[in-house]
Design a protein around this ligand. Structure first.
Ligand code: CAA
Length: 402
């Protein structure tokens, strides 16, 4: 019997209508922009239009993979988010409706801060291992919001990643070993009555690094390979510099000397897209994977990637996957770059107004102005029910930013 692999067969992303260059934020705060560009490694952040939310981003990302993969064998849709739009109904049910998926499909939402997309991926692998004919649609979609004029403000962002998980995947086969680490802490959290997260910034960075160490040791004791046998690393990226710090920490824990340049080489390509999108919480690690596959100049076929998923509060996991030969044929490099470049730049004043408006949009009855160029939009609320529309476009990706 031939050994069967399970993993990520296709991957796509979506992000917002607007973008804010962090220079705008630096000018407003009278801060040296290099604190953002170099210090935290972020150049831009995605900002949602009034008629976008986690559902519209998720649906756009999923549509792009399903256009190619079809939806016939999808009997499970797992939606990971920490920006839920309803306390009861899973956001994925809206996606299911907008994409016209089969009624014979289980749909569920998963939450544990930025970690839950990894739980979704692991659950999906379990389903596919049990029945290799099935395909699971895993979506991670989030909007990262902090208070205006807070130190977290430069680490906001928004994005969604959709993945089809199958047997004999075309992109990345996920290996069975994994390391886990959970700790009941308050480094970052968002009570139900708030639209913005609360965070203890420096504590959260230390908690992230301690969790990496804890998850790594558990990975080692569960039969994982040595650090030196991993060719590239993908980390959860609240800001891209965090991934570089994580790599340096892992080298230290493994007692393998590596210069900053060597650490950068191991994570570099995974930072490209996140640097421009900002924090996308659950989607961030998998946007890092897409970025690595899209932008790594070396051929990654047969190479092993180490993944570290961190969700504040906190739950984390270290695991690995092997890039499959022919993976480049599956990518949409130009389309992805066009998607990022199509975002409309905001001035600082426009960004601030949009940020404040989210808090004002409440109530049982309202409509949103048509702003987004996405094929899907959030058009408002009628009688407590969120309304979504499919906008007829002649292509799934947005046109120019004009
Ligand atoms: N040129 C170059 N570098 C500069 C600079 C300049 N002019 N000015 C400052 N810097 C550097 C600093 O030296 C620092 O670098 P190091 O960390 O390597 O020393 C970096 O820029 C940031 O400067 P500060 O530490 O002064 O920044 P801050 O305290 O104002 O804010 C932060 C940083 C705490 C990360 C804040 O952005 C924050 O709270 N973010 C949200 C929380 C977060 O992202 N935590 C990450 C772990 S939790 C997690 O991962 C889950 C999640 O998604 C939220």
């Amino acid at each position: 019997m031939t050994a069967r692999t399970v993993g990520i067969h296709d991957i796509s992303f979506a992000t917002s209508h607007h973008v804010l260059d962090l220079r705008e934020l630096a000018d407003h705060a009278e801060t040296d922009v290099d604190k953002f560009y170099i210090g935290i490694g972020q150049s831009e952040m995605s900002v949602l239009a009034e008629d976008e939310d986690i559902v519209t981003l998720a649906t756009e990302a999923a549509q792009r993979v399903l256009e190619r993969q079809g939806s016939e064998e999808i009997r499970t849709l797992l939606f990971a988010t920490e920006s839920g739009v309803d306390q009861s109904k899973a956001a994925g049910v809206y996606v299911h409706g907008l994409l016209g998926l089969s009624p014979h499909c289980r749909v569920v939402e998963l939450k544990q801060a930025c970690y839950s997309a990894t739980a979704a991926l692991q659950f999906a692998l379990g389903i596919v291992s049990r029945n290799p004919e099935e395909r699971v649609l895993v979506i991670a979609s989030d909007v990262a919001r902090y208070e205006l004029d807070s130190s977290g403000e430069a680490t906001q962002g928004a994005g969604a990643v959709a993945m089809v998980v199958t047997a004999n995947p075309a992109l990345v086969a996920i290996e069975p070993e994994s390391g886990l680490y959970t700790s009941d802490i308050h480094d970052f959290w968002r009570p139900n009555y708030r639209s913005e997260a609360l965070v203890d910034g420096k504590f959260s960075m230390n908690a992230y690094l301690e969790s990496l160490e804890g998850a790594w040791h558990d990975y080692e004791s569960n039969g994982g390979v040595a650090v030196g046998e991993i060719d590239r690393f993908c980390y959860h990226q609240p800001f891209t510099k965090m991934a570089v710090k994580a790599q340096e920490q892992l080298q230290k824990v493994a007692a393998i000397e590596a210069s900053s340049a060597e650490c950068m080489q191991l994570v570099g390509a995974s930072l490209e897209m996140n640097r421009r999108v900002g924090n996308s919480y659950t989607a961030s690690l998998y946007l890092g994977l897409l970025s690595l596959l899209n932008y790594e100049a070396d051929d990654l076929a047969g190479k092993r990637i180490g993944f570290f998923s961190y969700g504040s509060g906190s739950v984390s996991e270290f695991f690995t996957g092997v890039v499959q030969s022919g993976y480049r044929d599956v990518l949409r490099v130009k389309e992805d770059a066009a998607r990022l470049s199509a975002r409309l730049p905001l001035t600082y004043a426009q960004y601030r107004e949009l940020h404040n408006r989210v808090d004002l949009v409440e109530g049982t009855q309202f409509t949103t102005p048509h702003r987004t160029h996405s094929p899907f939009r959030f058009s408002g609320v009628e009688g407590h029910v969120r309304q979504y529309e499919r906008v007829l476009l002649d292509h799934g990706i947005r046109g120019s930013a004009q």
